[in-house]
Write a protein that binds this ligand. Structure first.
Ligand code: DC
Length: 208
């Protein structure tokens, strides 16, 4: 029987870490849906670094392959911004819906994390979590991650990027990032990774 866990929230709130841990704990399949948008965003960047054409972006989304999701450079700040930009295009979102819905209904259970999982992709999910943290805390986490690879990265730039992405993801017309009415809120601002994971597992255990 399928069991779907929908985990939404802004960048660097911890939803990826929580999703992976929850999937491992319960033996569920896991899909990081941000990777779909990142892969399309990266292809759109390769096509043109200045404009995002809806018809082109839609075509890129329709042609996405499993291999595209394995690319090693999908986690850069530039690709993150591109992903957020092509994610406002309704045709791109539509092109990616069916794959996500099918993934969610797998036997053995599935965890999907993203921005619109509990509201648009899986409105009937068995458990919905909205994982968040203050913008400063999230920027600080992202800064530590990025500056470990590139010491020239500046906190203020990372903070501005996080804020810009939040605004674009939350204010778009189609499938904006918003907590579903029936989502459980987990604020990780003052939680350790282990505490955040345990909070998520407790909510799911209560439902199972
Ligand atoms: O989760 P992430 O940071 O990898 O996501 C990258 C971008 O993709 C995010 O800024 C907005 C978009 N996205 C989306 O619109 N809907 C999703 N379900 C997942 C990601």
């Amino acid at each position: 029987m399928s069991f779907t866990v929908a985990i939404d929230g802004p960048a660097a709130a911890g939803k990826g870490t929580i999703s992976k841990a929850v999937a491992a704990h319960f033996g569920f399949h896991h899909l990081d849906t941000g990777l779909l948008y990142r892969a399309v965003g990266k292809k759109a960047l390769n096509y043109s670094r200045t404009s995002y054409y809806p018809e082109i972006a839609e075509q890129l989304a329709l042609e996405l392959t499993a291999e595209d999701l394995q690319a090693t450079d999908l986690r850069t700040a530039e690709v993150a911004q591109a992903a957020s930009k092509i994610a406002v295009i309704p045709q791109v979102r539509t092109a990616l819906v069916q794959f996500q819905k099918t993934f969610a209904k797998q036997e053995d259970g599935a965890v999907l994390d993203g921005r619109d999982i509990g509201t648009v992709i899986c409105p009937d999910a068995d458990v919905k979590l909205f994982v968040t943290a203050s913008a400063r805390v999230r920027a600080d986490r992202r800064f530590k991650e990025l500056s470990a690879k590139d010491p020239s990265v500046e906190f203020e730039q990372v903070y501005q990027d996080v804020m810009a992405r939040d605004a674009r993801d939350a204010e778009r017309d189609v499938a904006p990032m918003v907590a579903a009415d029936d989502a459980h809120l987990i604020d990780t601002s003052t939680l350790s990774i282990e505490e955040a994971i345990q909070a998520a597992i407790a909510v799911i255990d209560a439902k199972k």
